[in-house]
Write a protein that binds this ligand. Structure first.
Ligand code: NI
Length: 222
């Protein structure tokens, strides 16, 4: 099968899997991540096929939506790529990127092993900040039954993946536990540049949020 055909079929497959999602992990998230990833990949001279496939498939079986074991989580992607007759070494590379991709808490480092992985991670993180990041964060919080904010529950910088994964904190805290940290965790210069403006937009948003809610800004810190 030609690469273009594999990409088109994968796009259809992903659309079907993510249809109707209201948690911020819908098809349009994938669409944006794919576009940004491909842009960065061209600048960085990365393998476009790997980057595009990994971007398309990166949220198919995220830990946030699945309690299965890690190897089972990846199997959906692996089975799909095998069906598409993608070369074995490409399949392993893509599965590895997807496994290493997620943000797992403020104090937990996630090191991508290849240039292609670094790029998909940057693209995914860019879609978590700025105006779209704000919209997605509140949508995700709502989908998990979290409050918008609660002055009695303040942000915590999670030092383990378990802690981060199990948090039930209000969505506002998520800005301090993750979103405001992402600007400094971008890997490529292209992503760092895009992140600057998106970050400052979130800071402005938060300033207004505090003004309108009379929350004590000092109890939330970056
Ligand atoms: Ni994602």
């Amino acid at each position: 099968m030609k690469k273009e055909e594999i990409l088109l079929k994968t796009e259809e497959f992903v659309k079907q899997c993510m249809e109707g999602d209201s948690s911020g992990h819908d098809w349009w998230h994938i669409h944006r991540v794919r576009n940004i990833a491909v842009k960065i990949a061209k600048v960085e001279n990365a393998d476009l096929f790997i980057v595009e496939l990994a971007a398309l498939l990166h949220d198919i079986s995220d830990w946030k939506f699945s309690d299965e074991k890690e190897n089972q989580e990846q199997s959906k992607v692996r089975i799909w790529l095998e069906q598409m007759k993608v070369e074995d070494n490409f399949i392993s590379h893509i599965c590895e990127i997807i496994k290493d991709l997620s943000f797992k808490g403020a104090g937990v480092s996630t090191n991508m092993k290849t240039l292609e992985g670094i790029i998909v991670q940057d693209a995914d993180r860019l879609d978590a900040i700025g105006a779209i990041g704000i919209a997605r964060t509140f949508a995700y919080g709502g989908s998990k039954g979290r409050e918008i904010y609660n002055p009695k529950i303040l942000p915590v910088l999670h030092q383990s993946f378990e802690e981060y994964k199990n948090t039930k904190a209000p969505t506002l805290n998520h800005f301090y536990e993750k979103l405001l940290l992402l600007k400094d965790r971008m890997n490529t210069d292209s992503a760092k540049n895009i992140a600057v403006e998106r970050h400052s937009f979130m800071v402005t948003f938060l300033e207004h949020f505090f003004m309108e809610t009379w929350l004590n800004k000092e109890s939330y810190s970056e």
